[in-house]
Structures are given as C-alpha cells and as structure tokens.
Design a protein around this ligand. Structure first.
Ligand SMILES: [Zn+2]
Length: 404
C-alpha cells in the first residue's frame, strides 16, 4: 500500500508516548500482535472503553494499525491490531575506535540502512564533525518519522544528560554530546557507554529467551562490561558499572592509556596480546611469529598462530584468557548473575580461548555459584552496539523492549 505524502505523519513526529495507559496498551499490542481490543483489555486489566480510546490515539499516531478480522467467539468477529514494524524508524550509532557506524533500525530491530564512516585518526572536534555528518546522512536516508537517536560511545557517559565525561581515545572530556545532537537534529537523543549498549543489544537480540539478568563482557582493544538486571540496563550510581577494564590486577605494573598502572586492559585486551607478541617474538626462534616485521604483526597474525598451535601464541592467549576468567569470577561473586556472555574481537579465538576463560572463572568463584553459571560467546554477529543503542532509545521513548 502506497502512502501519499500528505497522509504521512509529520517528519520529526514522535510526540513522546509517556502516558502510562498509552505505553501499557502499545506494549501489549507490540508483544502479542495480532491482538483484538478485547484481548488487550484482558491482558492489561484496563477497561474496554479505556483501551478503545487509547487505540484510537495510537491509530491516529500511526503506531498501530488494523489488519483484518480474527476468529469470532460467537458474536461479531474482532478486529485485529498490530504495530507496523516501520511505523517509526530509529537511528542507532556506534562510535568506534577507528570508525563510526550508523544505521536506520525499525521497531523490530531490523536494519534498513547502514552507513560506515572511517575516522582516519580524527579525534576531538574533528571526530564530532564527522559524527554530525553521519547523523545528517542517516536522517536524510529515511522518509519515515524518526523516533530519535541512540548512540553508544566509549568512555564514561552520563546517560541522564548525554554528556561524555571522558573518552580517552576520542579526546572527549565533558562533552555535551546529547545536547549537541539534540539541537542539530531536533530529535530525542540517548547516549550510553558502548559496552552498556552492547549488553542491551545482546540481551535483546541474542535469542536469550527467558533470561532476565546477564553480564556481557566486551573484549577487544579495550575491555568493558554491561550488566542487564531483571531486563533493565544497570548503569551504576555514576554510570560506570562494568568498567572492569581499568581495575588493577595484582602484580601488574604496565602503564595504561587511562593514566593508571596495572589495568586488566593492559593484560587481556587484543591490544595487549599483540603488544606482548611484538615484545616476545624476537626471542622465540621456534615461533612462527619470529622474524616478522614487528610493526606489521597484528591480531589476525596472532589468531592464525594460535590456531596453528604455535607455542608462543598459545601462551600469550592463555595468559590473557586467565585474566578475563578471574575477572568474571569476581563478577559472579559480586552479582550472582548466571548468564555471562563474551563479545568483541577477542572472541574470534573461539572455543579454545573460551574454555580457558571458563576454567579460570570457575577456579576464582565460589564453586556452588560458578557451577550454576553459563559462560558463552555472544550470538549477535553484527552491529551489536548499533542495535543496542536503538533498543535503549526505544525503551526510553516508547516504553517497549525491542523484540526481533
Ligand atoms: Zn586503565
């Protein structure tokens, strides 16, 4: 069915749906569609009159549509309702170390359009300009009403205001990113730490049916965790929950890019393993990494050597996996969350790496708790932070938990 332009909802639509009964009815239709008004009333405990009024408002806003008749249970056949997946579009963005990735996502978390832009070493003001450009291109790429922008970025983020308190790599300090984008795009904006967004993405789209709480640990060039507690993202008192990458490991004296010394990240990140391979390869004549031009030696080489059974590579990977396992042991003890999911570049090392992580996590936690814990590799293969940021936006704006 073609929509004529005049009948479309306004361009930057989205009156916030904050009214409680609106949210309750919308969620019921979203979760259980196709569903009749009578069934919505039964499920929500609202009166049929209230449901009818609210559905009229939602129909008017284009957030709900009638899709035909259901089975009659004696009387008139009921009209069935659903939330059209493309009734609103969302913008999800990941600010990465070396590139920006943005996507138009619909209300079922399907990516309609994705744009990648390399940062080419830009940071500070220049990285921000690049981000503005990405947002403009994304806004222009859809003719649907936009719900807003969800953004995952490294660093300590005050999600209540969208302020980046500190992002080392990007050289952003006390940057009012949320206000900046809100002013430019005239849309609601939510900014979260990238690991927090990843956790929400994995919890929402990883097919973890019936799993209420989950720890998601991202191990890549940096290390960070996100915690979902009873279906909600837990960000901590100052939005720093899960910042495990910069906790010190006993006996470790390596300086860290955060300015501290001995951080987990300096031992267990991909950056750390590559660094160590470059340091040790010249002294390991047996290793296939020996004799390499050290500046060219990267994580792909380390993975190849590891899978080929190279002794040096195995030792480096095992030490890194040990540290992650220990850290997980601590989290299991502190939170007693049964589902731990690992995501990020390091998981490309696969099952052999995971089994060391598991073993060490078990050794460092109380056996009874550890036996109960599942540690696995994440299931969302692409754009985890992007869809996670979109999921955050959707929860905050519509009161819906995205479901695929
Ligand atoms: Zn650090």
């Amino acid at each position: 069915m073609r929509q004529d332009a005049a009948a479309r909802p306004p361009r930057t639509s989205s009156q916030p749906i904050r009214h409680t009964s609106l949210q309750v009815v919308l969620r019921s239709i979203y979760d259980h569609s196709p569903i009749s008004r009578a069934d919505v009333a039964r499920r929500t405990g609202l009166t049929r009159t209230t449901v009818s009024d609210v559905v009229d408002q939602l129909l008017g806003a284009g957030l709900v549509r009638e899709i035909g008749l259901g089975q009659s249970t004696g009387g008139k056949a009921p009209i069935l309702l659903e939330v059209p997946p493309d009734a609103r579009h969302l913008i999800g963005i990941e600010v990465g170390d070396s590139r920006l990735t943005g996507a138009i996502v619909n209300l079922r978390g399907e990516i309609r359009q994705a744009i990648e832009m390399p940062l080419d070493g830009r940071d500070g003001e220049l990285a921000l300009e690049r981000l503005d450009e990405l947002v403009e291109r994304l806004v222009a790429s859809t003719d649907r009403p936009l719900l807003g922008i969800g953004l995952g970025t490294p660093g300590l983020i005050d999600t209540s205001t969208g302020t980046v308190r500190w992002a080392v790599n990007l050289d952003w300090r006390d940057l009012p990113l949320g206000d900046h984008l809100r002013d430019r795009a005239r849309l609601p904006v939510y900014v979260a730490n990238d690991s927090h967004a990843a956790a929400l993405g994995e919890h929402t789209f990883g097919g973890h049916v019936g799993v209420a709480s989950m720890i998601v640990i991202r191990v890549g060039r940096g290390i960070g965790a996100g915690i979902v507690l009873d279906g909600r993202l837990y960000q901590g008192d100052a939005f720093g929950a899960g910042e495990i990458g910069h906790t010190a490991v006993a006996g470790n004296e390596r300086p860290c890019r955060c300015g501290g010394v001995g951080c987990l990240e300096t031992l267990a990140s991909t950056r750390a393993t590559v660094q160590r391979a470059r340091e040790q390869a010249p002294f390991a004549p047996e290793s296939m990494l020996h004799g390499r031009v050290l500046d060219d030696l990267d994580f792909d080489d380390l993975i190849a050597a590891f899978h080929a059974g190279d002794e040096l590579a195995r030792e480096i990977v095992a030490d890194a996996a040990h540290q992650i396992g220990r850290s997980i042991g601590g989290l299991i003890g502190a939170l007693n969350i049964r589902n731990v999911v690992l995501v990020g570049e390091m998981t490309r090392l696969g099952e052999p790496w995971l089994s060391i992580v598991r073993r060490e996590a078990h050794r460092s936690a109380l056996t009874l708790l550890a036996d109960d814990t599942r540690i696995e590799i994440g299931r969302v293969e692409r754009n985890l932070v992007v869809v996670g940021a979109a999921a955050l936006l959707m929860t905050r704006e519509l009161g819906l938990s995205l479901v695929g």
